[in-house]
Design a protein around this ligand. Sequence first.
Ligand code: 5AD
Ligand code: SF4
Length: 482
Amino acid sequence: MKDTEKLIDFTRQGETLELSQIKDSNKKMYIESYGCQMNFSDSEIVASILTKEGFSTTPNIEDADVVFVNTCSIREKAEQTVRNRLKVYNAIKKKQNPKMLVGVLGCMAERLKDKFLEEEKLVDIVVGPDAYRDLPNLIDEVHDGRKAVNVILSKEETYAEISPVRLGGNGITAFVSITRGCDNMCSFCVVPFTRGRERSRDPKSIVDECKQLVVDGYKEVTLLGQNVDSYLWYGGGPKKDFGKLSQEEQDKSINFAELLAMVAEVSTSLRVRFSTSHPKDMQDDVLYTIAKYENICNYIHLPVQSGNSRILKLMNRGYTREWYLNRIEAIRKIIPDCGISMDIISGFCTETEEDHKDTLSLMEAVKYDFGYMFSYSERPNTQAQRKLNDDVSKETKKRRLQEIIDLQMKHAFIRNKEQVGKIHKVLIEGVSKKSKEELFGRNSQNTVIVFPREHYKPGDYVLVNVEDCTSATLKGKVTKII
Ligand code: 5AD
Ligand code: SF4
């Protein structure tokens, strides 16, 4: 029996609650997020929009009037995780909380649209990433078994002036989104279809949000975008329309390097990170800005995807192996102690053993500090799905992925060993998962450092002398609070 069939058995229909009923009470929302940091950031926008409507957040799904799941479509496995979660919601709705409405947000909502309602009878509301402002109306529409859908993508929406309600955070680090959508059309990727055209957010609203975070006691921001290097503010609208402007108007625009400097100048006590960079767009001006400001972290996440130029072309990545290695050289020259991480996909269409070896040799050349590694998962309607053959067997993808992971573990250990005996400035983020007697934080290069708690507390900046390491963590002792 297919999962969807099983779900239909479980589903109770016609038990949805009218908003007028909810409005009388203390309305509660429960939000669960999957996938990229952008989704977690978007959930905070959703929480903000509904807080204005009188909702409060609850950590208990059993108490919620509305349950939202913010979804990811990037790989098939991510979608399966959401489907499994919906089964759990179904059981909770049946046994503990018959009144709850279920809303699906994010990329899966956008990809499947009203098909979602056919496939998952439990779902009441389907909302794409650009339609969150419509949530109050959509909730209102859902009654007497009626369902509500808004998956309209926008060329302008950036939720610029909405102050996110920080969810489940540590009060120290926060995400701030700077662009939405993606125009890159990597052939394997579903994101341009689920998140629409690329657009940049007004720098003033970004800086204002960062200033407010400082007032609220935050010590670190991560600027988020699918391709932050391509940030370009010229008054709003899609990135693609920039070329239509006059020279004078173009000259007044603000690019990513300029935005980074503006955020760095908000406060010297506010650390600045960003993600994700794209190798084809990463210019030296960004590197010089990172080198100039002490509070911009020396860390770049630079997904390579493959070390072979033929595969990169099929992936439509817009750069070659040589171009990528030239960007790495520029980083090493301009920011000598920069941490570098990657994303790699194993077993993309037509990848041969030789092509795979090129990926391993590129990894040897760079020796990344961290990595996020995946095997290729064909996604519906992408260029790769339409034009290429997913012809690398599951076993081969898996074996190649394991080789990539093993090599990355080796490199991370080498990189971490280089840090033993050195002093690192660490922003303390919380108590270590392994021991209550230890705290953890990250250095500028984004490596996690664990050390004895003593009298230090989350939010402090400390200098830590690194004494030992694993491939994942540095261990040390605090020498000084700063
Ligand atoms: N299959 C496997 N990995 C993918 N990614 C994006 N699309 C796919 C896919 N279809 C990976 C890329 C990207 C990261 C966010 O997810 O490495 O950089
Ligand atoms: Fe997907 Fe490529 Fe855009 Fe990243 S840059 S979101 S991989 S299309």
